[in-house]
Design a protein around this ligand. Structure first.
Ligand code: PMP
Length: 404
């Protein structure tokens, strides 16, 4: 028996998916045209699933800063942060992130995934307990496992369940950390941070919020849901990524805790990997300046999100959460989701297809993410295409039930 034989069932499911047309998990952008357009398989496609919330990937200042950095500092650092991989630009970005978030210190990681590994496994050890929301991102689960801490899952977005589980903890000697996300990536639903902060305060534990999908999107200054919910004081650690609103690659952790910098010589995912290239750091730095200098990008994003939300609702789709930059449509079955996803691609719209077990409640989703760079005409066109694909889906479903 080969080690890979255990994936036979997964492969069968993949084959079934392919019978609908395209491979939704192996899309290749032949040419990227702009923040919202690409050529895929020879077809012009509007991108509505890239998490490019502020549309900064082609911002001329960000592009110029990136090109300038590679010319001045080279293509890579060829070393880890604790060896030869810390440049003034890494330090500068860490200070800029800390300043932006109003925090004492920040640490930069090569990806958001690694930021969660590094911060969680750095903070918690086998003697500690982490309570995490059941719908947490894979990087949070993996960071928790790497930490070796005792793990307790609480019901998604339920401060009551968290409260109950904290009350049941036997008073060990270790610390206790609660982990939630500002906005959940699959459904786009928001954590009730005010209530979580109450629970955290009552139990005297620490709180970490992953703002991957909310940084630059929520809050008057773009500091995330922690800012819009008015709980910055109660949040001990913020984690985020550069790969969404900042249009770069990387991640960070930030905190006011006086001992936070100890993670620089205790967190293995921070210490034992090469640092981000100078160009990546420069992109994130330039984009962070844009977030602060151009609040109108955030307004445009919200305008686009509201228009698409209303349009899809009028068409009769079941939308999983309140309006946000993520609009997830719950489809009646996996087959309907896959059919519709293929129809959308055929008509020139790319969204994310999300299927169980990667989704909450085993639902099959079409996940849209809006960008400030979408034009009103594009949003209009996206709505129209959703409308015509829905008609095609209904006709297909009718043929399916007639055949049964
Ligand atoms: N946290 C959350 C909540 C995420 O959704 C993601 C990415 N989708 C990450 C962390 C990881 O970020 P990155 O892509 O930068 O590794």
């Amino acid at each position: 028996m080969s080690l890979l034989d255990k994936y036979d069932k997964v492969s069968l499911r993949h084959q079934r998916l392919l019978s609908f047309g395209r491979d939704p998990f192996n899309i290749c952008m032949d040419r990227i045209v702009s923040a919202t357009e690409a050529v895929i398989n020879g077809r012009d496609v509007i991108l509505v699933g890239t998490n490019n919330y502020l549309g900064l990937t082609f911002d001329p200042d960000c592009v110029a800063a990136t090109a300038d950095a590679v010319t001045r500092e080279g293509t890579g650092t060829t070393g880890s942060r604790i060896a030869n991989g810390t440049y003034a630009s890494h330090r500068g970005l860490e200070q800029a992130i800390a300043g932006f978030l109003g925090r004492h210190a920040a640490m930069v990681f090569p990806t958001g995934y690694q930021a969660n590994l590094g911060i969680l496994a750095g903070l918690a050890g086998p003697e500690d307990t982490i309570l995490l929301d059941a719908d947490s991102h894979a990087s949070i689960y993996d960071g928790c496992r790497l930490s070796g801490a005792k793990l307790v899952r609480f019901r998604h977005n339920s401060p009551e369940d968290l409260d109950k589980r904290l009350s049941r903890l036997s008073g060990g000697t270790g610390g206790t950390l609660v982990v939630v996300e500002g906005i959940y990536s699959m459904l786009g639903d928001q954590a009730p941070l005010g209530e979580f902060a109450d629970v955290k305060r009552r139990h005297g534990v620490e709180l970490l919020v992953d703002e991957a999908h909310s940084l630059g999107v929520f809050g008057d200054r773009g500091r995330g849901v922690v800012e819009s919910a008015g709980v910055e004081e109660d949040v001990d650690y913020v984690v985020g990524t550069f790969s969404k609103s900042l249009g770069a690659v990387g991640g960070f952790g930030a905190s006011d805790h006086p001992g936070f910098e100890r993670l620089r010589y205790t967190s293995r995912p921070y210490m034992f990997t090469a640092s981000s290239s100078p160009s990546t750091i420069a992109t994130a730095m330039a984009a962070l300046e844009k977030i602060q200098a151009r609040p109108e990008l955030r307004q445009q994003l919200w305008q686009n999100a509201r228009t698409l939300y209303d349009g899809l609702k009028d068409l009769g789709f079941t939308i999983c959460a309140e309006t946000s930059a993520i609009i997830a449509l719950k489809m009646p079955s996996e087959a309907a989701a896959v059919y519709m996803w293929n129809a959308l691609m055929e008509a020139g719209v790319y969204v994310n297809l999300a299927l169980p077990p990667g989704t909450p409640d085993g639902s099959s989703l079409l996940r849209c993410s809006l960008s400030a760079a979408h034009t009103p005409a594009q949003v209009q066109r996206i709505c129209e295409i959703f409308g015509s694909c829905l008609e095609a889906l209904k006709a297909w479903q009718a043929t399916q039930s007639a055949a049964e």
